[in-house]
Design a binder for this molecule. Structure first.
Ligand code: B12
Ligand code: SF4
Ligand code: SF4
Length: 254
């Protein structure tokens, strides 16, 4: 996926945004605060395949996560060099930017948020699970960004709310980190989620990913024949899938 967001959108968020975020992104997290010459943020996204995410938490999703992360970093690096060669200053951003999950337990922020950048570049809307949902892959897509001095027309902001408010993410979160009611998107308990991720990391099967696995949004569900959400229940009808996931989980991690 790719989207373009003029940096002015951080300063003056468009009125037709599908969700109202309060408080808004603090100024020191804006692209023009980090790279004052920046005029446009190019956001790229790569999918995480649903049948692999379905095994999560597992070594399989762990490996996919690492692969997608390194692909995002190298693609962003290449795009920034391409733009620089064409005479437009451009810098890539790492897809995450934290040294260790333990750092996030006390301070769960990076210096720039790609999920908000993707939102402002018209790639999707926030879900109840507090990540960005896209029409193509629901929340099963990871992002990174490139800051450039090139002035590029911004993409149209999607005005529809993609979240169906089914609350499957709330019901399935193993540590109860996603509040059921209150603000939308709700303030996820970042500490609970980060502690769970740290435990899984010690077992070689992080991150958790359950709230992106069970989300019904995304055309990828059609492609992979996963429209029936009962697949994640213990129903006998879906026994062959559960058997496959359990098999994968038995090997290569604790
Ligand atoms: C820190 C982090 C975490 C932490 C904290 C999560 C969180 N909810 O913020 C932990 C470890 C818990 C985590 C978990 C997960 N993460 Co994470 N995470 C990040 C990371 C590295 C930085 C996010 C960040 O700092 N944003 C900056 C601030 C501005 O955003 P914010 O916290 O949402 O703040 C808003 C409000 O809270 C408010 N606010 C209120 N008070 C304050 C105070 C301050 C100081 C600030 C800054 C803001 C603020 O202002 C903001 C705007 O509204 C990003 C990668 C990146 N660099 O963007 C990935 C990222 C957000 N994670 C991602 C994913 C997928 C996950 C997981 C599903 C795990 C997984 N990979 O399977 C879970 C989902 C948890 C959940 N339901 O939210 C993806 C999301 C992709 C998508 N489709 O949206 C990202 C973008 C990684 C990527 N490169 O794609 N993550
Ligand atoms: S990643 Fe796992 S622990 Fe964190 S909010 Fe999602 S379901 Fe809950
Ligand atoms: S699981 Fe349901 S409530 Fe949660 S983000 Fe997806 S559509 Fe929204």
């Amino acid at each position: 996926m790719v989207g373009f967001a003029p940096v002015g959108r951080w300063e003056r968020p468009p009125k037709d945004l599908p969700n109202s975020l309060s408080p808004w992104i603090p100024e020191e997290f804006w692209p023009q605060s980090i790279y004052p010459e920046a005029k446009t943020v190019v956001v790229i996204g790569l999918p995480v395949s649903l049948p692999i995410v379905e095994t999560a938490p597992s070594i399989y999703y762990h490996e996919l996560y690492k692969t997608v992360n390194s692909m995002l970093d190298s693609k962003a690096y290449e795009i920034s060099n391409y733009l620089s060669e064409k005479g437009f200053g451009a810098i890539y951003l790492p897809r995450d930017a934290y040294g260790d999950i333990k750092i996030l337990i006390d301070k769960p922020f990076a210096f720039f948020s790609h999920k908000h950048a993707a939102y402002l570049a018209g790639l999707g809307s926030f879900g109840h699970n507090n990540v960005l949902l896209t029409p193509e892959y629901g929340p099963r897509v990871r992002f990174t960004s490139i800051f450039t001095t090139a002035k590029i027309k911004g993409d149209r902001i999607k005005t529809e709310d993609l979240c169906t408010h089914c609350l499957l993410c709330v019901k399935n979160c193993p540590v109860g980190a996603i509040p059921k009611t209150g603000d939308f998107p709700p303030p996820v308990d970042k500490k609970l989620c980060a502690v769970r991720s740290a435990e899984l990391r010690d077992e070689y099967r992080s991150p958790c990913g359950v709230c992106i696995k069970v989300c019904p949004v995304g055309q990828d569900r059609e492609l992979f024949g996963r429209k029936n959400m009962a697949i994640y229940s213990k129903s006998k009808k879906f026994g062959k899938y559960h058997k496959a996931w359990e098999h994968v989980r038995k090997y290569g991690s604790k």
